[in-house]
Design a protein around this ligand. Structure first.
Ligand code: NAI
Length: 249
């Protein structure tokens, strides 16, 4: 088993996940760059740092998840940080504008095929990867799990009629709300094991997810997830926050 702590970031071949991987590497961790496409992961890993390795990982594919967990055990013998970052805002239907995606995501009209696809990645993927990595995380002296959440999935904020973004609450936001419930469940269950589980909102960030309409940089977006990935023994568990502080569930 290696001495250095090991972090796995899902969907780290681009966007916020890639930046989280870079920042964790800069903090001295060995970083495993989870990527559906292994070659894209390898290219990304080269940009992350000397001690970064690509891991083929599709969070919707049980065989891929199991193989990743086995490889991490055999090659590194440990896992200390899991960042559940992989996410999609819609099913991959080419040629749609952001406005069309938002309209198609409204639950009154959304295709159930698309709803399933979004929940498969954003909710069930988080549960499946976390379950598979838990045996390794339980062996870590200070395991941390960070789920990349969204204030757009806050039930409290979206129940406020004065919230101008409330009209956008659809398939994607509902999946992020469900993912928040998953964070609470894992945090409660793993508290006695000393595994801290927190949700971090990166803010509206310019990435593929929103057709690069976001107003924040990936560097800004990675700040809170990385802070939570590295919190000490006195740090919180079961929280939802961005870099300005706590967010309501
Ligand atoms: P992105 O589209 O650039 O990156 C998403 C990553 O997830 C990509 O690497 C993609 O390949 C990967 N991915 C998708 N499906 C996957 C699967 N089945 N298995 C493995 N990897 C998969 O988008 P971005 O913005 O970097 O998203 C990262 C996370 O941040 C997501 O969870 C998203 O919901 C969340 N988020 C993003 C915000 C934004 O404004 N960009 C705001 C709030 C949350």
């Amino acid at each position: 088993m290696q001495d250095k702590p090991v972090a796995l970031v899902t969907g780290a071949n681009k966007g916020i996940g890639l930046q989280i991987a870079k920042d964790l590497s800069a903090h001295g961790l060995t970083v495993l760059v989870g990527s559906r496409d292994f070659e894209a992961g390898e290219t990304a890993a080269k940009s992350v740092g000397d001690d970064a390795r690509a891991v083929q990982l599709d969070v919707t594919d049980p065989a891929s998840i199991a193989a990743a967990a086995e490889r991490i055990r055999n090659e590194f013998g440990r896992l200390d940080v899991l960042v559940n970052n992989a996410g999609i805002s819609h099913a991959d239907t080419p040629g749609r504008s952001l406005e069309e995606v938002v309209e198609a995501g409204r639950l009154s009209v959304a295709s159930l095929v698309e709803v399933h696809a979004v929940f498969e990645t954003n909710v069930f993927g988080v549960i499946a990867v976390t379950q598979a990595m838990l045996p390794l995380l339980r062996e870590s002296p200070a395991a941390r799990i960070v789920n990349i959440a969204s204030s757009g999935g806050s039930l409290t904020l979206n129940s406020d009629r004065t919230n101008p973004h409330r009209s956008m609450f659809g398939t994607y936001s509902a999946s992020k709300a469900a993912a928040n419930a998953v964070t609470v469940a894992f945090a409660a269950e793993l508290e006695t094991a000393g595994i801290k589980v927190n949700a971090a909102c990166p803010g509206f960030t310019s990435t593929d997810l929103n057709y690069f309409r976001g107003t924040r940089t990936v560097e800004q977006a990675a700040h809170e997830p990385v802070r939570l990935a590295l919190i000490g023994a006195d740090g919180p568990t079961g929280t939802f926050s961005n870099e300005d502080g706590p967010l309501p569930w």
